[in-house]
Design a protein around this ligand. Structure first.
Ligand code: SF4
Ligand code: SF4
Length: 135
C-alpha cells in the first residue's frame, strides 16, 4: 500500500461536489481527513492522507486533476531548518507521526516531511522556531 498526503484547494463553485466519495467508491482509496475548511460559497481546503495501491492513487489524483481542484503535496508546505535545530529533542515525544525522530546513538534529530501531517505541535514546543508550516 502506498500513501500520499495532499492539499486540495477547491474553487467556491466546487465545494459541494462529492469528490471524496468518488475517490473512495471509484478508486478504492482510504481517505484520512487531517484538516478541512469547507464553507458554502467560499474557496475550500482539504488536507488528506490518501492510502491505496499506487495505481489507484494515481488514477484518483488524475480524476481530481480533471476538475478545477488544485492538488499540492503537503510536504512542499512544511520545512525544518536543519542548521538552526539544536537537537534538544523537545519535539520528539510530541510528534504524533514520528516525522521528527532522533537517532538514539548520536542524539541527532531528523525530519521526514513525507510523514508530517502539519498538526503544528512541534511549532509550539520548539524553542528555536525551526519548523515552518504553511497551510
Ligand atoms: S507538524 Fe510537527 S509535530 Fe506535527 S506531524 Fe509535522 S513534524 Fe510532527
Ligand atoms: S524542538 Fe526544535 S530545536 Fe529542538 S530538536 Fe525539535 S526541531 Fe530541533
Amino acid at each position: 500500500m502506498a500513501k500520499r498526503t495532499v492539499i486540495f484547494t477547491f474553487p467556491k463553485e466546487f465545494v459541494e461536489q462529492p469528490l471524496a466519495y468518488r475517490l473512495i467508491k471509484e478508486h478504492n482509496l482510504i481517505l484520512n481527513i487531517l484538516h478541512a475548511h469547507i464553507r458554502p460559497n467560499e474557496e475550500g481546503t482539504l488536507i488528506l492522507e490518501i492510502t491505496g495501491e499506487e495505481a489507484d492513487i494515481e488514477n484518483g489524483l488524475m480524476l481530481v486533476e480533471s476538475t478545477d481542484v488544485k492538488i499540492e503535496n503537503l510536504s512542499d508546505h512544511v520545512s525544518w531548518d536543519k542548521e538552526s535545530c539544536i537537537h534538544c529533542t523537545a519535539c520528539i515525544g510530541q510528534c504524533p507521526t514520528h516525522a521528527l525522530s532522533v537517532n538514539r546513538d548520536t542524539m541527532e534529530v531528523s525530519f521526514n516531511p513525507n510523514e508530517c501531517i502539519a498538526c503544528g505541535i512541534c511549532q509550539d514546543v520548539c524553542p528555536m522556531g525551526v519548523m515552518n508550516i504553511e497551510v
